[in-house]
Each structure stands twice: as C-alpha cells, then as structure tokens.
Design a protein around this ligand. Structure first.
Ligand code: CO
Length: 210
C-alpha cells in the first residue's frame, strides 16, 4: 500500500502533466521568473492556502505564513520576506489575512500554558490587552474571539506600517496594506476597515525621517 505522502508526489506528477497538456509553454514561462503584485501574510493553518482561496495562479502571490499571521519587528524571516517583496519584487499590495477559528488566537485568548509557543502568542495577548475594553464588552466568548481575530489582523497591518521597509516604499511610490479575514465556514474573505495607504495613516511617533 502506498504511504500517504506518496499521494502528494503522484498529484504533483499529474498536475505537471496536466499543465503542459493545456499549455506546452507553461513551465518555460514559469521558470523565467516572478513578478507578483501581492504579498500575502497569512496563518499557517492548512485551511487557508493563499492561492486557492483567492483563485490565483503560481507566480501571482508572494507568500509568508506563520501561526496567527503576526508581524513581529524582530522576526528575521518576516522582515526578509517583506524586504524582498517590497524592495526587489516591488509588490503593490500587502495583504494580512487572518481567519476566524484561528488556533493561535484561540490559544492566546486563554491563560493556559502552551510551553514554547507562549513566546509567539505573546504579541496576540498584547493586542488583547490594548483592546481589552472593547473585547470584554462582548459577553459572547465566540464573538469576542472573532473580534480578536479581526483586531489582530488590524494591529499586524499597523505593525507593517511602522517598518522602515514600508515607509521607504511610500516615499518612492505607492504601496497599500489590506487587513482581511477569511471565514472557513463559508469560504468568504471580508475586508476590514483599516486600509493603510500612506505615512499619514501612521502614528507620528512611528514615522521615520527618511
Ligand atoms: Co490560524
């Protein structure tokens, strides 16, 4: 009997043959390079694959995923992806896409000890603390958690706007930052009301004298 991972290799083989069948030039074009217009910062959750939920093709979205789609200023991985996407690929839009039912947010809203992961979830607890008044005014715990998912996305877009990488891009051209939430229950993405398009959307203390 085949092992489960072998199905993936078989699928890949079928996919590659299929692509070539409909477009013999497909991989020749793909191997020439990438010029994606979008950077996607999403959750690692297996239910929210960037290309599939946006019905986009290979080459269209540059992707970074981590637990609960957070933007931490000391995360070398995130910063390297952001730098490459903005300075080298010149993406026009950065999307931070969270999702309802996020395990990371669910863990962060509790006081339970999750061992090493506590460190990662800390920044989500900071979002909770910042918006405690609004969140604790919501009695229904599921609704409160859904709101934390939204606020987490909004705060992560704010964190992006505080980076030198994004502020330099604004100085030289345009770059939009979009907070989105995906709902596993119906497959729909909702745009949240915190679109960031210029330095004027950033608190003055975080603006660099570039
Ligand atoms: Co998640």
């Amino acid at each position: 009997m085949k092992e489960s991972y072998q199905r993936l290799l078989q699928n890949n083989h079928d996919w590659a043959i299929d692509k070539r069948k409909f477009n013999p030039d497909y991989f020749n074009k793909l191997s020439l390079g990438q010029s994606p217009e979008f950077l996607w910062i999403g959750c690692s959750d297996s239910r929210v694959p960037a290309n599939e939920v946006t019905n986009t093709k290979p080459g269209e979205i540059f992707v970074h995923r981590n637990i609960a789609n957070v933007v931490i200023q000391t995360d070398m991985n995130l910063l390297s992806v952001l730098y490459y996407a903005v300075d080298i690929l010149h993406v026009k839009h950065i999307i931070v896409c969270g999702h309802y039912g996020c395990g990371g947010v669910n863990a962060a809203i509790q006081q339970k000890d999750f061992g090493f992961v506590n460190n990662w979830l800390r920044s989500i607890k900071e979002v909770y603390a910042k918006h405690k008044k609004e969140l604790e005014a919501i009695d229904d715990l599921e609704r409160r958690e859904r709101r934390l998912v939204e606020l987490n996305v909004i705060e992560q877009t704010n964190n992006l706007a505080k980076t030198r990488i994004v502020q330099r891009a604004w100085k030289n051209g345009s770059l939009q930052i979009h907070p989105w939430v995906f709902d596993c229950a119906n497959g729909m993405i909702t745009e949240l009301d915190n679109k960031i398009t210029s330095i004027s959307d950033v608190e003055p203390i975080f603006r660099y004298d570039l």
